[in-house]
Design a protein. Structure first.
Length: 173
């Protein structure tokens, strides 16, 4: 029996998973990796948003607290759809919290105290970064002919632009 290399095993696994899609195996690999990174970023931003939601204080507490709760719900709602897009095209996705921590690009904030204004500004920047990541992924979808992923990305980009707009307006002095 001939022993297969790790690369050969990965190619066999990828071929088996992509039989149900018209997307080329190399595009599946690239798209699922990008979707996995996006998923890690969304989980990171979700947790950061909830962290700031839990630790909000000050005279606008109620408004900010409710806003960030709504934003957290939107982000969490994206997670299953992102993971399922990767699986639908024949790829895989995140497997653990450690995996998320290794690949996410949204920075954590573990500070003991963050002012409400700084919380809103930081989340505004993070949402803008997420928009750029999704636009980049949209380009990959266009190149691969993955219209379904491109379509859902357009909705997520719109939602993220709305979150970004709200955060910007609320953080203005």
């Amino acid at each position: 029996m001939v022993k297969q290399t790790q690369h050969e095993l990965e190619e066999r696994r990828l071929a088996a998973h992509t039989q149900h899609t018209d997307i080329a195996p190399e595009s599946v690999k690239e798209l699922s990796a990008a979707l996995t990174t996006l998923l890690a970023d969304v989980f990171g931003l979700y947790l950061k948003t909830k962290n700031f939601h839990w630790h909000m204080s000050g005279p606008h507490f109620r408004d900010y607290h409710l806003l960030l709760d709504d934003h957290g719900d939107q982000l969490f709602a994206m997670t299953d759809d992102i993971a399922e897009r990767a699986r639908k095209i024949g790829g895989t996705t995140v497997r653990s919290i450690g995996h998320i921590a290794r690949i996410k690009r949204i920075p954590d904030n573990d500070a003991e105290y963050v002012t409400p204004g700084d919380m809103l500004s930081e989340l505004w920047e993070d949402n803008k970064s997420l928009i750029l990541s999704m636009k980049s992924l949209h380009s990959l979808c266009d190149d691969a002919g993955d219209v379904a992923t491109a379509s859902v990305l357009e909705n997520w980009i719109d939602e993220t632009q709305r979150r970004s707009w709200f955060l910007y307006e609320m953080s203005r002095g």
